[in-house]
Design a binder for this molecule. Structure first.
Ligand code: GAP
Length: 511
């Protein structure tokens, strides 16, 4: 097992041990790719939602919220193209019996070659130091050029297979590239088949009257079908956006990597409605806005990169992912898509209702174009958890596991700890707890030695511990101990709130 796999395993068991994430229905051996958020997990998740919602809806005059239903009229999914085209091209390995997404196998092949190129570049950088010119090196180094040719060849052939909807050619590409099963190494592949990812259920009282409906595979369609209702009732002028957070369901076949790919997950999506012809400007603006939002969190700027799509979805004229450096490598965290007028036009066609905006500036009605930002809440959770998880060596051979979660996202903002249970310290500490709990989500702990209690709070990411000792009873001062630095300061209880506010308020991240 390599160091990253080992680290990822530790993160998963930490998430269970400290009440962040449990396997769904664990007592029945679990349900694959479905997870529950435990007492600390739900707090972190809610705080991520608050951060996204505040920066989208609260901070933008021209974005409003929505909470549409999970169940929608089945024609919605016919119109959106999901019934016919929301498919994964799947291929089985005949020896290992494992199933893969054909495009992912090819992308992983490309990823490996990219890694080889990057290694050459890192080596050359070391050798040439400041004089190194990466562009020049990429253009002239024979090994890099050969590898780049392989990447371009695989990329363009895969793109053509998808454009032509040619699954036979796609399988042939896997064979030609000599791609083997990453687990068994076997190259004994079946043909590729399309598999629809929507979960269906039925609505209606009796089997005769019941009709088939779907659990939504994305929240976006709830926004599209409500576009005109929201625009009219909010009196918003284009450009404006509608944001929503909610569950989505996909019958993922390759469901590995913990909460990265789930069958039931949450999305935070925003559809921005713009005048036709302005979409590529807005696409650029939203790309910049979203990467800035991520980087401001402080999880490490080097952990993000854009991946521009070659293979565009049926509705898009431009698309990219913001990828995050998860413990298993750079993978999609958020998608930004210029969806054209595809969705609204299709809903007009299927519903027979107009979904047009009357633009008073040009005295004309039109179907707006849409730029969408779509982030997986669970992937964001995993990004925060993975980047925050640190095993630290301390002095005197000690160590600690600490979650350096951005303070305002931490499940608890403060832990109140009486040094000992006796001499009236508990009573004093509980009084402080009662006074402060109205302002923040805080916790109280009086069990075990204070050092062990600090470690417990470190492990769930509590940014500040407040310790009440015997002096507190005399002079109303307490010790504040900070998670990341482990520094301690002494403050008067009258100043606690301002000390905490200075450090953990969401306000700092929004302004
Ligand atoms: N409305 C556009 C849309 O749904 P997508 O790229 O299919 O686009 C958007 O999904 C985001 O939703 C992804 O970037 C990812 O973060 C998240 N997501 C998609 N499938 C997921 C799954 N099975 N489990 C967890 N998150 C998922």
């Amino acid at each position: 097992m390599n160091a990253n796999q080992d680290r990822f395993k530790k993160i998963i068991s930490h998430a269970k041990e400290y009440g962040f994430i449990f396997q769904s229905s664990e007592i029945y051996d679990g349900l694959s790719a479905v997870y529950d958020y435990a007492q600390n997990g739900v707090e972190l998740k809610n705080n991520i939602k608050k951060y996204w919602w505040a920066s989208m809806v609260q901070m933008n005059d021209n974005i409003v919220g929505l909470d549409s239903s999970i169940l929608m009229h089945p024609t919605t999914w016919k119109a959106s193209g999901h019934v016919d085209a929301f498919n994964d091209p799947l291929i089985d390995n005949k020896d290992s019996k494992l199933r893969y997404r054909a495009d992912v196998l090819i992308e992983d092949y490309i990823g490996k070659i990219e890694t080889k190129i990057n290694k050459e570049i890192t080596k050359a950088k070391k050798r040439f130091g400041d004089a190194f010119d990466e562009d020049q090196f990429r253009k002239t180094n024979i090994r890099v050029l050969e590898n780049q040719k392989k990447i371009d060849n695989a990329t363009s052939k895969m793109k053509k297979c998808f454009e032509d909807d040619d699954l036979v050619a796609l399988k042939q590409l896997i064979v030609d590239l000599e791609i083997s099963d990453p687990v068994s190494g076997s190259k004994n592949w079946t043909d590729i088949k399309q598999f629809n990812l929507m979960f269906s259920t039925s609505i209606g009282a009796s089997s005769e009257s019941a009709s088939e409906i779907y659990l939504r595979p994305e929240t976006a369609q709830g926004i599209f079908v409500n576009f005109l209702n929201v625009q009219k009732s909010s009196r918003k002028k284009i450009p404006f956006g509608i944001a929503q957070i909610g569950k989505a369901f996909r019958n993922e076949i390759i469901a590995r990597q913990f909460i990265f790919r789930m069958r039931e997950f949450e999305q935070m999506e925003m559809q921005f409605f713009v005048k036709p012809g302005t979409q590529s400007d807005w696409y650029k603006i939203w790309k910049e806005n979203r990467i800035k939002w991520h980087k401001e969190l402080g999880l490490g700027e080097e952990n993000y990169r854009f991946h521009d799509h070659d293979k565009l979805a049926h509705y898009a004229d431009a698309a990219c992912d913001i990828e995050f450096n998860f413990p298993f490598g750079f993978k999609e965290l958020e998608g930004i898509h210029s969806r054209t007028d595809f969705d609204l036009t299709k809903h007009e066609e299927y519903s027979g209702k107009k979904l047009r905006y009357f633009d008073p500036e040009i005295n004309e009605s039109y179907v707006p174009y849409v730029v969408e930002t779509s982030i997986g809440l669970d992937r964001m959770f995993l990004a925060v958890l993975a980047a925050s998880f640190k095993d630290e060596k301390l002095e005197e051979g000690n160590s600690r596991t600490v979650l350096k979660i951005p303070d305002f996202l931490a499940p608890y903002k403060l832990a109140i700890l009486p040094l000992v249970k006796k001499d009236g310290l508990s009573e004093y500490a509980k009084k402080l707890y009662d006074e402060l709990k109205i302002h923040y989500n805080i916790t109280y702990d009086e069990k075990d030695a204070v050092g062990r209690r600090y470690r417990r709070q470190d492990a769930i990411g509590t940014p500040i511990c407040l310790t009440v000792d015997h002096d507190s009873l005399k002079d109303d001062t307490v010790t504040l101990r900070f998670r990341d630095s482990m520094d301690q300061i002494r403050v008067n209880i009258a100043d606690i709130k301002s000390e905490i506010d200075d450090r953990i308020s969401l306000h700092h991240w929004l302004t």
